[in-house]
Design a protein. Structure first.
Length: 77
């Protein structure tokens, strides 16, 4: 009997500017939630990108991720 779902693969999280230029990339295992992947991407960049003012994400990135961004990155939604 299988108790858990085995998920193979990777998730790629990218941070781009308004012109589409790549600023950062984070690659996580497929079992990682988008929330955790977003934090893994942004956490090391909160001090490195002081001019960052706005983050757009998909609708399911809200909730606890949005709360984390407000507390740790000093950004509004």
């Amino acid at each position: 009997m299988i108790w858990g779902k085995i998920t193979w693969g990777r998730k790629r999280h990218a941070l781009v500017d308004t012109q589409g230029n790549l600023l950062a990339v984070s690659v996580t295992g497929a079992q990682t939630s988008d929330h955790q992947g977003g934090i893994a991407l942004l956490e090391p960049l909160t001090k490195a990108l002081p001019r960052l003012q706005l983050i757009w994400g998909e609708s399911h990135d809200g909730g606890t991720f949005l709360t984390w961004v407000r507390r740790n990155a000093g950004l509004d939604d």
